[in-house]
Design a protein around this ligand. Sequence first.
Ligand SMILES: [Zn+2]
Length: 303
Amino acid sequence: MEMYIDPHIHLVSRTTDDYEAMRKAGIVATIEPAFWLGQPRTEVGSFKDYFSTLVGWERFRASQFGIVHYCTMGLNSKEANNVPLAEQVMELLPLYAGKEGVVAIGEIGYDDQTEAEDRFYRLQLELAKEVDLPVLIHTPHRDKKKGTTRSMDVADEHGMDPGWVVVDHNNEETVEEVLDRGYWAAFTIYPHTKMGSERMVEIVKQYGPERIIVNSAADWGISDPLAVPKTANLMRKLGIPEEDIRMTTYQNALTVFGLSGQMDESDWLNAAPIDQTKKLGGNSVLRGGQVPRVEGPADRVEN
Ligand SMILES: [Zn+2]
């Protein structure tokens, strides 16, 4: 069975059904970028607990469904505009950036391209250099072309190695410049939008698989946690070589986020079997009377 990585998915907002479907579709590892929650946070403690969830409970919850969970740490661009709070979040970040399973600083960058966003984006590029982690850049949905160019200009200005930086949410207008400048180009496949799986296949046909990464960015909005395997299957159907599919839906994400030293193929190839009798802090994914799934060696999904 094929193995996939979804390197951008906000799992705290997804259900256990999603986890089961993802694992069944071949997703073995996920990366959850720190982001906003729809509801703006008003206290630094809310960030602290959210960051703790990413490295704690959610990591455990994923393991209960046979998926290895990693995350990125950062102050998102929207909430960077609450400057007094953003300053407090910046003080928390170095501690969380050093936790197990943190594979990048992100997602950071621009939303409305304000002065505050620019300031905290730059500070976090400096943090990434200090802690020796790759960077995940969120490019703005409005004024995308300009915002994408500016994101890379500023990263260059701070001396970032483009080989350590993933520029996310690309489209046909941005991909060429991102690749030409040596950055990794990630694509988010949203259902019912122009950046659907069909367009993704065309991009891989045109630009090849080098430094191109597919993700779902599934969250609490209308999105699809199976976007990566679905896109891979469409590529297969439309004649993209198997090696190119593997690179864009598995290997490229592993290569760049593996630079963190926190993500290795052996994490899922040698993972402990699923054991839903396990608890974290006294909590389990089971509800009254449910029979835990406990895998024996013979039940392991062969990949
Ligand atoms: Zn996101």
